[in-house]
Unconditional design. Structure first.
Length: 659
């Protein structure tokens, strides 16, 4: 086949493409290219009329310049338009008006002067005309304000794909394409796909109606003032059953002082597939809002959310807005290299904002939180029955917070190299660390410290120590806690502060019979604290291997430890371990405040070590050696050689130095 002959539209005998005076069929189809080639152009242009490319309007005073371009006219003619100036009429002295600049049916740039009125209306486009711009002319003004309303002819009209480049967007990552992209958006019909094929710069908010699907293959680079970069839908519409892919970042970060600095806002999404490829360098990366309706039953894939103060902001606003039944997958929530001003703010991976209805029954699968020294993985307020599953924590100061008015939420922690703390303020919420999952039967109570504050006041007179203003202080000068950190040596002490027992530079623990495959769990009420475990064989000799779930440390000549935590679990794997000393501790430079702690085991037959708490006269305690491990030890220094404290089941007493 050498050529195709295609009939022109009805009523047109001279529907030429590429030259005004050539017949439609003459010499245009030496080859056929179905994907974006010649045939695609002919089919697109044969479906309607409008601007094919160019014709971008600008204004100076009351003179509008229509740039060079190509149009397809209503009679089937393709015509090249030269750059043209057209001058508007002088302003009315009393009232404003709106003028229209358009291309008429012959391909000539023309104008329609609007009617001046207190509330003027824009004139209609004449029959077979192609709109270019509206110009608002205020009363007595010498310059107008232009709005680009070019009627672009979609190159892929029949495929319902709105390629922003067909509306004049350069998509070169340099040129400001805001007007061209918004024009493309305004041309869309229900179900059309807005396509951004390459990187593009925008300087103002893109308002995308709920009726469009969106595919941002290229990245939008926002180079504007403090305002949302993209707003999809509004609080009176539903973004229903749509396919949306967002890819954007802010060119220059702000100081995070204004909450209107947002990457993308999506209102009332229903049953949609939403992918956030990138939403970075904003105060708020993504803001999903259920307002006057619900944000519900969506499948959301999160990829990169970096350098935002808040990465994912979930909002249920006013009395009827809610956000529920969504699945969020993935998300790299990252912060690093903040400015001094930005560092004053806490950062959040996931943040909730609720007016009346709850945020409920959403699932977050495998988020990765890297939020820095002032960062939180999540913050849940007035949330119910949400699940965060297998979250990764790395270089994050705080795992997350769940407010007292939130219930039945569950957080399952996977990898955690930060030993993050959590603030979970309602017992009906659950925190599970992944290493705990095989050990859910760890429920047998082995030891309960009881009220440490009460014991402090009951037994302080029995200490052979310095007592000053309710402070118990040891005077030994060597603390192995500190030696491996090269800090300094000092005395350890106890005191009462804020109705809690304050421990500094010392450890409080108990000795427990153990065997291979025993699993122990320590739960601390109060601040998080260091957890230390020293293992012994049947003869009381120290063992430095064979405990899983804790790290090896140099404390006490080779023990096991984990950084500050409120809930710790570990397993015995060395068959030679027959007894462990298990306790909580604090360094001198980081005092801890606790009220009590308890130790649980997966073996119910282990008897509780704790006995009735009652005052008893001081007794002589046998010399403490590794082969004579007491039931409970409060250690101020080296566990095997120097001064410490012992709890015999009735009271705390001084351990004399071994001879």
């Amino acid at each position: 086949m050498d050529k195709y002959t295609i009939a022109p539209p009805a009523g047109s005998s001279n529907n030429s493409v590429g030259a005004e005076d050539r017949p439609w069929h003459e010499g245009h189809f030496d080859s056929v290219k179905l994907n974006g080639g010649d045939l695609g152009e002919y089919l697109a242009e044969s479906t309607g009329y409008g601007i094919v490319s160019g014709c971008e309007p600008t204004i100076s005073g009351l003179t509008v310049t229509v740039g060079a371009g190509v149009v397809h006219l209503a009679d089937g003619t393709r015509k090249e338009i030269a750059s043209t100036n057209i001058t508007l009429d002088a302003a009315d002295s009393t009232n404003p008006r709106i003028d229209l600049v358009y291309i008429d049916s012959t391909g000539t740039v023309a104008k329609v002067t609007g009617t001046a009125a207190a509330s003027p209306s824009a004139p209609s486009v004449p029959a077979n005309g192609i709109s270019v711009a509206q110009v608002s002319v205020a009363a007595g003004a010498t310059a107008g304000t232009l709005t680009d309303i070019r009627d672009m002819l979609a190159r892929f009209y029949n495929a319902s794909i709105i390629n922003v480049m067909d509306f004049g967007a350069a998509c070169d990552g340099v040129t400001d394409d805001t007007i061209a992209i918004q024009t493309a958006i305004n041309s869309g019909k229900d179900g059309d796909v807005l396509l951004v094929p390459h990187d593009a710069v925008i300087s103002d908010t893109l308002n995308i109606p709920a009726k469009l699907n969106i595919n941002m293959v290229g990245q939008l680079i926002f180079d504007g003032n403090i305002k949302p970069a993209i707003v999809i839908g509004n609080d009176s519409t539903k973004v229903r059953s749509k396919e949306i892919t967002i890819n954007l970042s802010r060119k220059n970060m702000t100081d995070w002082s204004d909450d209107d600095d947002i990457g993308v806002v999506i209102y009332n999404a229903w049953a949609s597939n939403i992918t956030i490829k990138n939403a970075s360098r904003f105060n708020i990366g993504c803001k999903f809002i259920g307002k006057n309706d619900g944000w519900t039953h969506n499948h959301v894939v999160l990829l990169m959310l970096a350098q935002n103060r808040i990465d994912l902001y979930l909002a249920a606003k006013n009395s009827t807005g809610y956000l529920t039944e969504n699945i969020f997958i993935g998300g790299d929530f990252v912060n690093f290299n903040h400015s001094v001003v930005q560092s004053q703010y806490n950062t959040y991976g996931i943040y909730s904002d609720v007016d009346n209805q709850v945020i409920s029954n959403n699932v977050f699968i495998k988020p990765c939180f890297q939020k820095g020294t002032t960062g939180y993985g999540f913050s849940f307020t007035h949330c119910e029955a949400n699940l965060i599953l297998h979250a990764r924590y790395e270089n994050t100061a705080n795992g997350g917070t769940i407010s007292a008015d939130s219930t039945y939420n569950t957080v399952v922690v996977g990898y955690d190299n930060s030993n993050v703390d959590f603030s979970i303020n309602n017992i009906n919420n659950t925190l599970i660390r992944s290493k705990q999952l095989p050990f859910n039967d760890c429920k047998a109570l082995v030891f309960d410290s009881g009220d440490l504050v009460g014991e402090f006041f009951n037994y302080k007179t029995n200490f052979n120590s310095v007592i000053n203003n309710d402070v118990l202080q040891h005077t030994n000068s060597s603390l192995p806690f500190l030696s491996s950190f090269d800090i300094y040596t000092y005395s350890s002490y106890l005191s009462i502060e804020n109705d809690m027992l304050k421990i500094t530079g010392c450890a409080l623990g108990t000795s427990i019979t153990a065997r291979k495959d025993d699993v122990f769990r320590i739960v601390i009420d109060g601040d998080s604290a260091l957890v230390l475990v020293v293992a012994f064989d049947a003869d009381g000799n120290q063992i430095t291997t064979g405990i899983v779930g804790l790290s090896s440390s140099s404390y006490y000549g080779g023990s096991f430890a984990v950084g500050y935590t409120n809930d710790c679990i570990f397993r015995i794997e060395n068959a030679n371990i027959k007894k462990i000393w298990c306790g909580v501790a604090a360094f001198l430079d980081s005092a801890r405040h606790i009220t009590k702690y308890a130790i649980y085991c997966n073996r119910p037959e282990i008897a509780m070590v704790e006995k009735a708490h009652k005052v008893k006269e001081a007794e002589v305690i046998p010399t403490y050696t590794p082969k004579n491990v007491p039931e409970v030890v409060y250690v101020a220094s080296n566990i095997t050689t120097t001064l410490g404290w012992i709890y015999d089941g009735y009271m705390w007493k001084v351990i004399p130095m071994p001879s």
